[in-house]
Design a protein around this ligand. Sequence first.
Ligand code: MG
Length: 216
Amino acid sequence: MSDSCCCGSKKPLFKGSESIPADAIILFDGKDFSGWVKRSDRNAPAEWKVENGYVEVVPGTGDVCTKELFTDCQVHIEFWLPLMADATGQARANSGVYLQGRYEVQVLDSYGLDSQHNDCGGIYRTKAPLVNACRPPEEWQSYDIFFIAPRFNECGVKIASARISVLHNGVWIHHDLEVHEPTGGQLDDNVSEPGPLMLQDHGNKIRYRNIWARKL
Ligand code: MG
């Protein structure tokens, strides 16, 4: 297939070996986490630990947010869960990916479970994934998330709720799901405003890598 457009100039669809779209905003490339700040003080740099191509939650340092703000967007993110054999339920490798800082796609070790809304891939307090697509702990997993922000009329009245589709490890687990309100633990309730991508510190050493987003 040609990578030239009709005027002959080169216009690559992807950059690098990770098939990252040319219009993607790189939020974490494995080394540079400077685009992230603390939830509790968004003028202060995030304190999570960067090493070996990933960033790891430092428990107690708090949730982290991108400086970049988003409305409609596509997000790619990869995560790795520690094996916590003695922990159960919400204590077992918990974190979360928050769209606009308000809508959480749960991150948890839910391998082999009958998934509920608060299990991995669930939209917290809202909807269980269509299927449990989890890999075991200590394996890299991915989310590809498609987020449509709530819509408001000229008087500021909400006329449409947020909508989310999610692929978990390439498996379609939410299809255009309406999410009527923030899902808990959100940054704020100002749903008409753009918000950051936020990652949750729930006290466990979750790792993340290859984080990028496209504004839609
Ligand atoms: Mg969580």
